[in-house]
Design a protein around this ligand. Sequence first.
Ligand SMILES: Cc1cc2nc3c(=O)[nH]c(=O)nc-3n(C[C@H](O)[C@H](O)[C@H](O)COP(=O)(O)OP(=O)(O)OC[C@H]3O[C@@H](n4cnc5c(N)ncnc54)[C@H](O)[C@@H]3O)c2cc1C
Length: 431
Amino acid sequence: MKGLPIVVVGAGTAGLASAILLARQGMQVTVLERVAELQPVGAGILLQPSGLAVLRQLGLLAECAGLGAPVSRLYGTTACERVILDTRYEDWQPGSFGLGIHRAVLMTALLNAARQAGVRIETGVTINRFRQTASHVSLFQDNGQGGERLFGDFCALILADGVRSTLRAQMRVKQWVTPYPWGALWSIQPTPTSSASTDLRQWYRGCSEMFGVMPTGRTHANPDTPLSSLFWSLPTAAHDAWRTAGLDAWKTRVRQLAGAGAEPFLERIKCSSQLTFATYADVRMQRWHDGRVLAIGDCAHAMSPQLGQGANMALVDAAALATALHPQAGSASDARDWPWVFADYAAARRQHLRYYRQASRLLTPLFQSNSRVLAVLRDGALYLARHNRLGRYHAVTTLVGARTGWLFSRYDEDALCAWRREEATLHQALP
Ligand SMILES: Cc1cc2nc3c(=O)[nH]c(=O)nc-3n(C[C@H](O)[C@H](O)[C@H](O)COP(=O)(O)OP(=O)(O)OC[C@H]3O[C@@H](n4cnc5c(N)ncnc54)[C@H](O)[C@@H]3O)c2cc1C
């Protein structure tokens, strides 16, 4: 393990968080990112207490909580205000909350911390191929003349190159990538004063229409303007028709669904280019490790954002990898080589990730499909869950990222307990 650095491909949430924690354990870490200039793009994200506990471990919680917006519940109704979803963080722990955050805030905090930890970050580098031997992994790039050239040798490779990873398929592991038939239009807009709220608010028509507004907080660049993320569900096959129909047709549908609640946001959307269409896929791998190569984050287990867990899982992956490297202080882990560390990591993550992948696959069609039967089943099941204590607890423990199974759940709550203890202090840091 000694001598060669470890390399992480992809400077997203998973890649940067892992790089920071590995560098802080004395590893030489290089992060390679294909984008030349790191400009975080994407919708706002909701971080759950499980992900916030990792931000705390990274020392970035105060910075992120200072700019993010607390979310106290997920609240969804039909157009006529019939309640469908009402999951409150306080049902998990009084005073707890999710954090709506602009991607740029999270990425800026992670990038700065990575640089401070001594991580070497190289941008504008696209890796096309890797080859591993018993002692190291070699990375290769295009040489611009139809061939390839050696980029470098490393002791191990962490693939954090996202859902559309081109390197994952080179692992000797069975894998399945299934695109979801639905995506979402999203936009980040300033929050009108009259619309300030700590609810992540959604409106539904059956399973086929959904409009959502999520508090997203502020950015480093613009700390005085609170923002909200807007979401509108759309089948990927209907995206062209949506563009052809025009913005006014879309606004009419949103008004019919969300009424006055949407109006202050709709006023700010003047052209369709203010809405970006995101598609997503489900990624399943037989295992996440192959010798000296490990897949983490969306590359390993991308899921639909319906449960709002992707970035959280990426953060939890990073913490689990750091633990697998040095399981206990004073252990003989220096003697273990990367394949064993990666196997331990995979064993530690198995149950948690299996539950969230299954839950995400099960729940997504209940919110994004054309099925009327599913809409009735969803409304009935959520009604029953909302009206009994066990149901509410199951829903909220799923939301906060703390479940490892449908019936029994044994998530290692050490980090979450530490997070709970800190919450009182954290509330003071919130805007
Ligand atoms: C609309 C939408 C809403 C979402 N909302 C939430 C939410 O509320 N909460 C939540 O937790 N999650 C949410 N997610 C999911 C979350 O964004 C992802 O799970 C998370 O960003 C995954 O992080 P990652 O680091 O694994 O991958 P990414 O963020 O995709 O990073 C991968 C990086 O690898 C780089 N790369 C790719 N290929 C190469 C290569 N060959 N060489 C070098 N570099 C390469 C890419 O440029 C990129 O920077 C949402 C996703 C979408 C689409």
